[in-house]
Design a protein around this ligand. Structure first.
Ligand SMILES: [Zn+2]
Length: 69
């Protein structure tokens, strides 16, 4: 009985994480900072360079990248 219950709970947890992963993937494409490579989750800093739009995680990264170029 206890084995069955824990199996159901484990199964539910696996389904839950899979669904969350799927939802996260669907909700907007993944954006990575062009300077440090970190995943940009909220409020991306966008800069246009040579006609290309680059996304940064913060103003600091954008400034560092602009200096480097
Ligand atoms: Zn960054």
């Amino acid at each position: 009985m206890i084995k069955t219950i824990s199996a159901i709970i484990l199964f539910g947890l696996i389904i839950y994480t899979q669904v969350r992963k799927m939802l996260a993937k669907r909700g907007g494409e993944e954006m990575r900072c062009a300077s440090c490579g970190r995943l940009v989750v909220e409020r991306p800093v966008k800069k246009e360079m040579d006609g290309k739009e680059l996304v940064f995680c913060c103003e600091h990264c954008a400034a560092a990248y602009t200096k480097k170029e």
